[in-house]
Design a protein. Structure first.
Length: 129
């Protein structure tokens, strides 16, 4: 299994992008951002008036209940995408021979807790080493 941006969604607008689409994605730590959002944020960051306006309010304060409800599934999809990314990284570490004890230490949990959280989903249930 390789880690890819294929089929991923922008963590900011919820649009799907990546390889095979017209929407380029960049990302890190599980979050992805599309070119449209990069351009929008770039404009805000380089325009003092837009920065002041963006700091004055947060989008959800002016959203209707219907808009908040419509956004909720996208928030969950983004959270699930991030959880899947963490799973992919654990799989990568295991493929490199990193032990469950090392993974647990990195996460601040026991080896057993790391194994219980990630092993079943990755199919790596054979060993707790
Ligand atoms: Zn976007």
């Amino acid at each position: 299994m390789s880690i890819t941006r294929e089929g991923k969604l922008c963590s900011f607008c919820g649009n799907r992008g990546g390889p095979g689409t017209d929407l380029a994605l960049l990302g890190g730590l599980g979050a992805q951002i599309c070119q449209v959002c990069v351009d929008d944020f770039h404009e805000i960051l380089h325009d003092e008036d837009l920065q002041i306006a963006s700091r004055a309010t947060v989008p959800w304060e002016t959203m209707s209940d219907a808009e908040v409800l419509a956004t909720l599934p996208m928030i969950l999809s983004s959270a699930e995408q991030n959880a899947a990314f963490a799973q992919e990284w654990v799989h990568l570490l295991r493929a490199r021979g990193v032990s469950w004890a090392q993974i647990g230490r990195a996460l601040g949990v026991t080896r057993q807790a790391a194994w219980a959280r990630f092993a079943k989903k990755s199919g790596d249930v054979s060993a707790t080493a």
